[in-house]
Design a protein around this ligand. Structure first.
Ligand SMILES: *Cc1c(COP(=O)(O)O)cnc(C)c1O
Length: 393
């Protein structure tokens, strides 16, 4: 009854696509052999590395985040190499599974569905690796299932304190251009991302950023898959070498528009500040509602929550009923529970990318209406707490 109007997809990727991005893609196919696309690709790499806060390289692939996972691994991990996976939800496990598929020997430490990495456990594991056989440490910056944000700089310090040469490889697919991330300052060797979350572009581009230590490991590899090899992509002789075939023409136009939006907002720091404010509104609502009912944020400590996605639980299957009501009655699609048990007790609010104050207040107001409709107990002050969080300095 309330669903006629613009539908709102508040899932943690793909995110809302700005009209500017859609319109930039609405054009005739370009000739892929002329200079226009070569120049365009160079501007994209320049602006992507600025968003990732790195002075180093970025290889672009046609593919989703899973493709970027495989691309990153294929360049630095050989059959039989040992990889340490730090799991804080769902996604690092997926990346580890991909490493296993490439023949790596994977050791996974699972910190559970609602916690960050325990740095002492990692320190002990690295110290126990006296022969320095762990070639790479894999983790996510933000886990999109649990909503946790890991402290990457602290992990770098643990590797350094252990004198461990393993590469620090970080998945920023959910967090890039949402949560503050400093690739060079935090000492990250390899970072993977994709275009359909904070970068606001339809799914189809994966990115692998890498620094000099990773490049040296790559150079020492006996062989690397021709398709995933990042060398040809970052030192292209021509565009068909950059992409190993036809360039993703319209995705490049769309991404150009998205990066222009970021620049016009005031650069990546301004984008982070907006995400922090929007996330504060979400947390204010969720935490206030929970004071009068069963709703809880999956990650209790606000310092460990992501500014891109919030995972919420309402026990007793209420989370599933609330999602159904919001989608069917009101045109708001929330994210499903992922990697939690039972999944019907969880939902997720994606607040990544092209999200402003009326969008997030509309989303939160719809959730509150859903709780009223379904008789889910909650404190009535959630929306005004969210409004106050939007204006709090
Ligand atoms: C979305 C996501 C992925 C998977 O990306 P796809 O594009 O669906 O392959 C991996 N890791 C994280 C942290 C994500 O949020």
């Amino acid at each position: 009854m309330l669903s006629q109007g613009r539908p709102y997809l508040a899932i943690p990727g793909p995110s809302v696509i700005p009209d500017r991005v859609l319109n930039a893609m609405h054009r005739a196919a370009p000739n892929i052999y002329t200079d226009e696309l070569i120049a365009l690709t160079a501007t994209l790499v320049r602006d992507l590395t600025a968003v990732a806060r790195t002075e180093h390289a970025c290889a672009i692939y046609i593919g989703n985040g899973h493709a970027a996972w495989e691309a990153a691994l294929a360049n630095v991990v050989a059959h039989g190499d040992k990889v340490l996976v730090l799991a804080t939800g769902t996604f690092a496990k997926g990346w580890g599974g991909m490493a296993e598929g490439l023949g790596a020997v994977v050791e996974t430490i699972d910190f559970g569905p609602a916690a960050t990495v325990d740095l002492d456990v990692v320190a002990r594991t690295l110290q126990a690796d006296t022969e320095k056989q762990i070639k790479a440490v894999l983790l996510v910056h933000v886990d999109t299932a649990s909503g946790v944000k890991n402290d990457i700089a602290a992990l770098r310090a643990v590797l350094d304190a252990a004198g461990h040469p393993g590469l620090l490889m970080v998945d920023c697919i959910a967090s890039l251009a949402c949560d503050r991330f400093e690739m060079d300052q935090w000492g990250v060797d390899v970072m993977v991302a994709a275009c359909q979350k904070g970068l606001m572009t339809p799914p189809g581009l994966g990115f692998v950023f890498f620094g000099p230590r990773a490049a040296a490991v790559r150079a020492a590899m006996a062989r690397v898959s021709t398709y995933w090899n990042w060398d040809a992509r970052v030192n292209p002789v021509n565009l068909s070498k950059s992409f190993n075939g036809t360039a993703p023409t319209h995705h490049l136009f769309g991404l150009r528009a998205a990066l222009d939006l970021i620049a016009e907002e005031g650069g990546i720091s301004a984008v982070w500040a907006r995400h922090a404010r929007i996330a504060a509104a979400v947390w204010a609502a969720v935490d206030t509602w929970g004071q009068g009912g069963p709703m809880r944020a999956n990650i209790a400590d606000r310092g460990l929550r992501s500014c891109a996605v919030t995972s919420v639980t309402i026990p007793g299957g209420h989370a599933q009923r609330l999602q159904d009501w919001c989608r069917d009655q009101a045109g708001l699609t929330l994210g499903i529970g992922l990697g939690q048990s039972p999944e019907s007790d969880f939902f997720r609010i994606g607040h990544m990318g092209h999200v402003n104050a009326p969008m997030i207040m509309g989303c939160l107001g719809t959730i509150e209406a859903g709780m009223l409709a379904l008789g889910i107990p909650h404190d009535a002050g959630g929306l005004s707490a969210a409004a106050r969080a939007l204006v709090a300095g």
